[in-house]
Every structure is written in C-alpha cells, then in structure tokens.
Write a protein that binds this ligand. Sequence first.
Ligand code: ADP
Ligand code: MG
Length: 253
Amino acid sequence: MSVVRIEHVCKDYLLGDQKVQALKDITLSFEPGVFLAIAGPSGSGKTTLLNLIGCIDTPTSGKIFINDQDVSGRTPDQLADLRARTIGFIFQTFNLLPVLSAIENVEYPLLQRSDVSKEERQRRITTFLDIVGLSKYAHHRPNQLSGGQRQRVAIARALAIHPAIVLADEPTANLDHKTGEEILSLMKQINREFGTTFIFSTHDKRVIAKADRLVRVEDGEIAVLGVRSDTEWALASQKRSKRDAATQPHTHP
Ligand code: ADP
Ligand code: MG
C-alpha cells in the first residue's frame, strides 16, 4: 500500500500566453510512515508538487492516488472533504488566524468535522498542544508567541484531524537555525512515535539531512531519489505495525 502515488503527473501554468511547465512527468510513490524531504532550489516545483499531493490544486495530466484512491475527477467539495479528513498542512509563514488563541487555532479545522464531537475536539486540542509543548500558552494569540511557538501551534493544528499525511512547505524557512532544528526534531519525534507520514519541502541542507527519504526536484523533474537510514526506517515501520494493530482506525492517541 502507498499513502501517496503519483503517476505521470504534469502541471502547467499559464502566465499570460506563456506556458510554464512546473512539473514534467513525475512518477513517485510513498509508503505510510515515511519522513520525506522534497528538496530543490527555488522555482524547481516543490510547492506545486505539495499542492497537488494536498489536493489544493489538480494536475494538468496524470493521476494522483491518496491511500490508493484515485482523486482525479473529484469535485472541489469532495476534495475539500478529503483534505479535512486526511491531510494536515504546515506552512512557511505558519498561517495561524491572528484573532484566535492557540486553542482556537487548533480547534478550527475540527469545526468542519461533524463526525468529531465537542468532547473529542477538546480532548484532541489538549493532547496535541501538550505534545508540541505549548499547554502553558494555550490562551495566547499568535502575536503573543515566538516564531517557533507559532509553528508548534500549526503542527498541533495539522495533527488534530488525525491526518494520514502531514504536508509541510518549507516549515523552517522563517525560523532561525536553532528553532528550525527544534521544529524538525519535533516533527521527527511525532513521526517515530505515532507513525504519522510527513512530507516536507526545503532547500536547506541541514533540514534535508534529517529526512529518511529524499526526492530532489530540479526544473520540474525528479533529479534524485534517496533513502537515508534503513535501520531507523525499519524501526519506525515496526512501531507503526504495532500501533495499527492496537489503535485501528485512528492514527493518534
Ligand atoms: P518552488 O516551490 O520549488 O520554489 P514552485 O512550485 O512555486 O517552486 O514553482 C515552480 C514553477 O512554476 C516556477 O517556475 C514558478 O514560477 C511557476 N509557478 C508556480 N505557481 C505559478 C502560478 N500560479 N502561475 C504561474 N506560474 C507559476
Ligand atoms: Mg515553494
């Protein structure tokens, strides 16, 4: 099984009457539980690729499968529903709602989910703010938090929906080096502990070094595919199998 499968995907943008080929015939698949970096210089197609995986945008040609289900041809409403249940997003600029507290920001995507009760919502908010180390700041608004703390709120918000995949577009690019390392370590810890799939883009070598798997894009094409650590990967897979056996159907505590 693959959590994401991309088959012969092309994405063109029209800039005036000029066609920009942002992605050219990309074929990839990722196993559940992977901690994967999409690396490449600015303009290489990283954000485009993440937006397609996240069903925020649709390919010009080719197919995308999420949890082995073909998402081509779905309506915008169906894609919004898939995102709300399956995909957590983390952004370079955090994208928190400024008038909402940390609690309310984490709660926000859960309000779209009629299947999650109020009690369950409260439980998840408490759990994930605790996991990212922000319980004490629960009532703070984004402008009362540091960049690193804001990104921690964004991570809690992404996890609260119990996503199959967390997508992070240059999550450390607006943070100083030390804070960026801490955010990456937190993501990796969550990946190891709960088996959550993380796919993040970066052009920072030090961030790339933390990934287990690497996809390098250059000029809209795959330049390199790599596996970093087979041992750690095997350990994460074992934990995931145990967790799946114990906690079906949820991904998180
Ligand atoms: P990266 O995230 O690696 O910096 P992007 O995926 O943002 O790269 O962009 C890939 C290419 O597609 C670039 O040439 C960029 O200028 C172009 N592009 C991205 N988004 C649009 C858009 N909405 N309209 C036109 N061209 C775009
Ligand atoms: Mg980008």
